[in-house]
Design a protein around this ligand. Structure first.
Ligand code: DUC
Ligand code: ZN
Ligand code: ZN
Ligand code: ZN
Length: 484
């Protein structure tokens, strides 16, 4: 059974042209004029784009004494409703737990996914076991990204020596380290002082994590990655201080990527000064929302290319879960949702305002993600042979975002009341129509794990190339061991 998408305009990261797309066996088999298929999807007036890839989600994750409320079923359903056809979720080992045991837990949860998914592995503690497991994670499990928290002291945080060890290991394995960059020591100190002074409301969360803690940690991670000979992916870049460090590194030729979130691009710190405790607490996430100047910096980074992708950090908690932090802001579970709204919000505030082009929209929501994560062109492409993960985007379709009727299982939406113009007419996951004009036809369990190979041949940072007087043996890549 074949499907043809007819009369649309294909928009990729670099081209815009009119063509039909023929799909068979879950893959794109032909792109051209006047194609015929068993089933036709009409894309008149629409753009046919690679489905979104969200590189940063936390589905059903144990965190801060509870579990995030969207699981792989509701989370991927929300993603599909908004044009996202793949998520990359973080497998999070407990202290002392083997990485492989943590992965088993994630394997079990993800069997319910409605669309394809992959995992990043978090390094939440350090030891010989972790060192050993990393090899198997990369070479047997197809996971080439390792996340490190520089915040959450006493829980997930790793120290600089651990960071350096792990980054070195990543470099050797051809994996890419990622960082949640906030200085956890300073955050802990500021939080304690704020609480001692009687500042216990959600706004104190923002005061406890100023842009400087992010700028410092981002710069530190970049320098440590450079010394380890590893590239670096900085998650949820929220401010100019962090963006500046990323921009500088890229100008110096370092392989560093920054990931702003749709929340930081479109919501600002005034949300925390709302008199309604619930309103503010529902928006507590780390890093917190920033002021307009920081938002402008993030938008400039997307249009100039110094920031590479837009994610959600989807980590949804109900109002009831948030209320466990009444009287102590440090106990408000950190996290906000966004999977259903990332694409329409970015289109509305990015493409419709002229801040980014349609092609840049495709790049930052899909193609760049696939390239950095190394699953391109299986994902992130409209090419013959690619998976038919596609969104047929109707630029005239409008709605006002509301919790009522959303796919996410929580009871509110941080974008409530925002008007968006630009929504999916169809979302296809490997050729299967999962969404048609807002009508959800997902199939629980349809999603498959996407394995991602290491990037050995490009995995040497600049200083490694400069320091050719003392070359280190490189076993597994095409890079010669002695000089170039
Ligand atoms: N930040 C959040 O707000 N939630 C999940 C984890 C994180 O780093
Ligand atoms: Zn984080
Ligand atoms: Zn996160
Ligand atoms: Zn299926």
């Amino acid at each position: 059974m074949s499907t043809v998408i007819k009369n649309g305009t294909i928009v990729t990261a670099d081209l815009t042209y009119k063509s039909d797309v023929l799909i068979e066996g879950g893959k794109i088999v032909q792109i051209g004029e006047n194609l015929k298929g068993d089933k036709e999807l009409d894309a008149t007036g629409c753009y046919v784009m690679p489905g979104g890839i969200d590189p940063h989600t936390h589905l059903e994750m144990p965190f801060m004494g509870t579990y995030s409320s969207d699981d792989f079923e509701s989370g991927t359903r929300a993603g599909l409703a908004g044009g996202t056809t793949m998520v990359v979720d973080f497998a999070l080992p407990n202290q002392g737990e083997s990485l492989l045991d943590a992965l088993k837990r994630w394997d079990n949860k993800s069997t319910r996914a409605n669309c394809d998914y992959s995992f990043h592995m978090a390094v939440t503690w350090w030891g010989e076991q972790v060192w050993d497991d990393m090899d198997e994670v990369v070479n047997k499990r197809g996971i080439n990204t390792f996340k490190h928290f520089l915040a959450y002291k006493g829980a997930l945080m790793v120290n600089d020596d651990e960071l350096f060890h792990s980054f070195t290991r990543c470099a050797d394995l051809g994996a890419t380290p990622m960082v949640h960059a906030e200085n956890g020591d300073v955050v802990a100190e500021l939080s304690a002082r704020l609480l001692a002074d009687g500042n216990n409301g959600p706004e104190a969360h923002a005061y406890s994590r100023p842009p400087q803690v992010e700028g410092e940690a981002t710069n530190r991670a970049i320098m440590i990655a450079d010394m380890a000979g590893a590239p670096l992916y900085v998650v949820h870049t929220s401010c100019e201080d962090s963006h500046e460090a990323i921009r500088r590194a890229r100008m110096q030729g370092k392989r560093v990527w920054g990931e702003p979130l749709i929340q930081h691009l479109t919501l600002d710190e005034s949300e925390y000064f709302n008199k309604d405790w619930d309103h503010a607490a529902r928006r507590v996430m780390s890093p917190p929302f920033r002021n307009k100047q920081h938002q402008d910096s993030l938008w400039a980074g997307l249009s100039s290319g110094s920031l590479s992708v837009v994610a959600t950090d989807h980590c949804a908690f109900t109002t009831e879960q948030k209320r466990s932090g009444v009287g102590d802001f440090t106990k408000i579970p950190n996290g906000t949702g966004g999977l259903e709204d990332r694409m329409p919000m970015l289109w509305t505030h990015g493409v419709n305002t002229g801040r980014i082009t349609m092609n840049e929209f495709v790049a930052v929501t899909s193609t760049n993600v696939a390239k950095i994560m190394n699953c391109y062109p299986q994902k992130g492409a409209v090419l013959v042979g690619a998976d038919a993960d596609l969104v047929v985007w109707d630029p005239e379709k409008e709605k006002t975002i509301a919790a009522e009727g959303q796919q996410s299982s929580i009871d509110y939406n941080v974008f409530e009341g925002k008007h968006v113009k630009g929504l999916p007419r169809f979302t296809l996951t490997r050729g299967q129509v999962a969404v048609h004009d807002g009508e959800i036809r997902c199939e629980e369990g349809h999603g498959k794990f996407v394995a991602r190979e290491p990037n050995a041949t490009v995995n040497r940072a600049l200083t490694q190339w400069k320091d050719l007087t003392q070359p280190r043996p490189v076993e597994r890549s095409g890079i010669p061991a002695t000089g170039v």
